[in-house]
Design a protein around this ligand. Structure first.
Ligand SMILES: CCCC(=O)SCCNC(=O)CCNC(=O)[C@H](O)C(C)(C)COP(=O)(O)OP(=O)(O)OC[C@H]1O[C@@H](n2cnc3c(N)ncnc32)[C@H](O)[C@@H]1OP(=O)(O)O
Ligand SMILES: Nc1ncnc2c1ncn2[C@@H]1O[C@H](COP(=O)(O)OP(=O)(O)OP(=O)(O)O)[C@@H](O)[C@H]1O
Ligand SMILES: O=C(O)CCC(=O)C(=O)O
Ligand SMILES: [Fe+2]
Ligand SMILES: [Mg+2]
Length: 309
């Protein structure tokens, strides 16, 4: 049901994190404004998810690959000998050139929601399929509490949103997302590697000084449920205590009207340094110009026009 614009203006407090739209209910809009995330049940069909799973399995078996795609193993087994198929793989990142997975980022039902947060000119900037392995006993399957904006050299933050879809039932037993509601209203914080005895995955930086009194909310989700969340929202994910590989697929979108920023002298300098070192190792890229170029090269317009990014 569409709310009349006049009524809307009267009943609704000022908005910052959402844009005027015909899709979100007043309650949903208020929820995102207040909490920085919104779960939409059953948004992606089981058929689509099963297809993404098949493509992922082919990637693990090296039957499929694509330029720029990063296939990452869990730190607990990174130095062990070859482990076949998906048992080795913790995450596939940057699959913008792999149509069988990238189709997720263009699903019209997802883009309809994304537009409510960032407007009509939508670019996919960062893509991941996370295959959280059964914990090898060192708790390395956890993802420390963090803010995704730490990784992104573009602004404004309010015109960036993540869509994260559960590819199966995900709850506390296999390591669901854990969020600190309302933290999207804060600032981007200093991130460092957590001091975990068992080791920590490459680039899994965490926030050290978040307020321990903010209640943690564990998001239990069914296959196909999708959460949209703000890049300053503090979140992480727990340990996978099951024998299965917990799967989720995600895309970070930004408005193409965002601008690149220079992260020199900011808390983001440490991640920039790691990214540059890696790029140097992998592609022989050197300057920070190249860092911006790398984002420009992996960003894809999925709706509207390409402006700044
Ligand atoms: C909103 C965004 C949030 C995020 O994305 S957070 C996480 C972002 N993380 C990333 O972007 C990291 C992506 N991963 C990668 O780039 C690669 O997988 C990585 C870690 C460089 C490994 O590259 P590979 O090509 O697989 O190289 P390799 O097997 O020959 O190993 C090279 C050296 O890396 C080490 N390694 C591999 N996987 C690791 C892991 N998971 N954690 C920590 N270290 C890891 C490996 O032991 C090896 O080390 P060494 O050189 O022998 O000392
Ligand atoms: N001791 C810890 N130090 C820092 N971060 C932690 C610690 N324990 C958990 N976390 C982080 O907090 C978030 C949620 O953890 P949570 O406690 O829900 O999961 P868990 O410890 O793996 O399992 P459990 O459900 O048994 O508590 C995750 O991001 C996790 O990485
Ligand atoms: O465990 C997950 O799927 C969440 C990962 C995450 O937050 C991230 O990669 O930024
Ligand atoms: Fe994240
Ligand atoms: Mg715990």
């Amino acid at each position: 049901m569409k709310t009349c614009d006049v009524d809307f203006a009267i009943v609704f407090p000022p908005t910052r994190y959402t844009l005027d739209n015909d899709l979100l209910t007043t309650e949903q809009r208020q929820f995102y404004e207040e909490n920085g995330f919104l779960v939409i049940k059953n948004l992606v069909s089981h058929k689509d998810i099963d297809e993404f799973r098949e493509v992922f399995e082919k990637v693990c078996k090296k039957e499929l690959t694509a330029p720029g795609m990063v296939v990452m193993r869990d730190v607990a087994i990174a130095k062990s000998e070859y482990v076949p198929d998906q048992k080795a793989i913790t995450k596939v990142q940057d699959f913008q050139e792999l149509p069988g997975l990238f189709r997720y980022c263009s699903l019209p039902q997802i883009l309809k929601y994304v537009e409510c947060f960032i407007g009509p000119n939508i670019m996919s900037m960062h893509t991941m399929l996370i295959n959280k392995p059964p914990d090898a006993g060192k708790k390395t399957s956890r993802h420390p509490m963090h803010q995704d904006l730490h990784y992104f050299p573009f602004r404004p933050a309010d015109r960036i949103v993540c869509a994260w879809t559960a590819m199966e039932r995900i709850d506390r037993s296999n390591g669901c997302l854990v969020v600190l509601p309302g933290t999207h209203k804060g600032e981007l914080k200093q991130h460092d590697y957590p001091e975990w005895e068992g080791g920590v995955n490459k680039m899994y930086h965490g926030v050290r000084d978040y307020d321990p009194n903010i209640p943690r909310v564990h998001l239990t989700m069914e296959k196909g449920d999708t959460v949209f969340f703000h890049p300053i929202l503090i979140h992480g994910s727990g340990m996978n205590k099951t024998a299965g590989f917990r799967k989720a697929i995600s895309c970070h979108y930004a408005s193409s009207d965002c601008d690149y920023i220079d992260v020199k002298g900011t808390t983001q300098e440490n991640i920039e340094k790691e990214v540059i070192e890696l790029a140097l190792k992998r592609y022989g890229l050197e300057s920070e110009i190249a860092l911006k170029d790398a984002w420009m090269a992996k960003g894809r317009v999925v709706q509207g026009e390409r402006n700044n990014l």
